[in-house]
Write a new protein. Sequence first.
Length: 256
Amino acid sequence: MNNEANFAKIGAFIIAGVVLITGTLVYLGGMRGKKNEFFVETYFHNSVSGLDVGSSVNYRGVKLGSVKKISFIGAEYNEVPPKDGRNIYVLMALDANLCRRSPEEDPRQTLRRMIENGLRATVSASGITGLSHIEMNFPKTEVADERISWSPRHMLIRPAPSMLESVSDGLTKVLGELNKMDLAVAWSNILTVTEGAAGMCENINSLVETERGRISSILENLDGAASSLRTFSETISENPSLLIRSRDADPLPETR
């Protein structure tokens, strides 16, 4: 009986020690994570297909953190208009050590300055896997800040359209303009312009045929004039004095 009691005490002591050690590690890990990361949020108007909790958050290709939550703006904030409520809400956790430029610098202040200078967030595909991630960068073209109807709980990084969205929007606008056009009228105008150009060419050809003889005569006269001018130029080159008198001077009596 005494041995069984001792074994029970030892077992209880071991279990208590394991629980204590596990709890300490979990607590310290949680405290370390809270100390080294801070939250920011963004939103998107279009689908975030391929993005999931745990997806990476990159800045110019370098991982700074991960996605912690994906929801709707209407589910996260109250009294939001339906139009804004359908926007996608994304909460991100960033590594504070990677967001500061020096050990003494506050990473939140650094990120806030970057946002003021135009930092934006986009959803980018990761190769051919179908997975997506958040890419933060400075767009080459300026993106205007739109008004939002909610007050973000965390620092807000505004979205920028991805390349695919820009191409899609461009094609949509082109197709919309084509749909607005009256193709029958446009084709009729093209045919009218083509017929007019053909008629003009026919008129020019008729004029050339009618005036062929006169044009030939004019060209012959121009050729004769050019020949006369060439002869005159040669004569003047040989005897420049002809420019000031009509003919050669008579020889002096002594030279006759």
